[in-house]
Design a protein around this ligand. Sequence first.
Ligand code: DOR
Ligand code: ZN
Length: 454
Amino acid sequence: MTNQLLITDARPYGEDAVDVLVTDGVVETIGTGLTAPERAEVLDAGGAVLLPGFVDLHVHLREPGGEDAETIETGSRAAALGGFTAIFAMPNTDPVADSPVVVEFVARRGAEVGLVDVHPVGAVTVGLGGERLAELGMMAHSPAAVRMFSDDGRCVNDPLIMRRALEYASALDAVVAQHAEDHRLTCGAQAHEGAVASRLGLTGWPASAEETVVARDCALARDAGAKLHVCHVSSSRTIEVLRAAKAAGVRVSAEVAPHHLLLTDSRLSSYDPVNKVNPPLRTGDDTRAMREALAEGLIDAVATDHAPHAPQYKDTEWQAAKPGMLGLETALSVLVETMVEPGLLDWHGVARVLSERPAEIGGLPDQGRPIAEGEPATFALVDPDGVRTIRGAAMASKATNTPYEGMRLPATVVATVLRGRITARGGSVAPGGSVAAGAGTAPAGPFGHGGVQA
Ligand code: DOR
Ligand code: ZN
């Protein structure tokens, strides 16, 4: 039996309205005045902007081990509501995702939930300990087909381990995603090193702790001919390192988190730990530099660093609180606020940074595709005129630690479509979107990505 979906009155990349007929997960026809075939589901987009589904290279789903903060299911729901169709799950879970058994569990559970393609990121070192390389090859060759490795939350500080990781990853056609932080320089750090931290009496996290690791890693990636991805760039200094490395042909890509586009350390005077994040909120000059670098393409992608925390780790004093903020359900709105409304990005640009480039970096052949006949029907539908007041308690995430609480932000996700199946619509996760629907239905790409054999 064929499954058909007719999306009416949608504007691809903000251009003229069309109808899109989808058959068995693939775009069959794009035109105007299309009539719905018998038994086809109809999604009236009401003039919404049609974009390729968003791909998030940096998500903390917390399962296994941190289910009081988030689960693969609640995180998948948050992702679908945010317009995401693929997410990369960071390995700092308990147990750490440093072995085939853990990455396979995450991939399998993601496929069972079936709301978004969940790609586990494998740890670079055993237990994130920074001392012994994990079995990168075993994770890459497992059914989870891991193609991204990271010790995120920790930096791979040892240059020899980092060098070996890049060499192995290169042989596996994988990418190493570095959380760039020289831990010797950030020992005890609580805030961006600058005037605000001095005034508040907080130990500083110098921008050079990021900049120096990125410079070193670019040299190592150059020598290994390997792909390096820089997580959550936060400092303007790092941009200049990336500029030089890219000009020299180093295979380096970079992401920025939405909070580093919008928020600064001026928020810290309240001592509210909802603003505590690693790397820390920096200055207005830094947020401006992030926006310009994203517009220019020096920063390739927006990745949320979605970091849910249970209340006991956030409703506490600053020094004791854990770093991290929710991001999946607010990423688009922050991007529209900081980049689209000021004229720094158009809708093609949004597709580039939220979908096309992250899909390329993560090695996902069936995500971030053009909106065209014969391509996968994997979409986010966006109402640019929608306005929302952000409420952590109303989110699908289990945790509520959003730094945007009470803020009015532009743009809403009208619907999310994964291979022709509606996963979210009108602010709700699509009923029936879970369990059997996703398992095993995803076509495996050249890397075996796009789904996991359940
Ligand atoms: O703020 C952060 N939270 N930064 C990280 O690198 C890790 C993350 C987490 O796991 O909570
Ligand atoms: Zn990190």
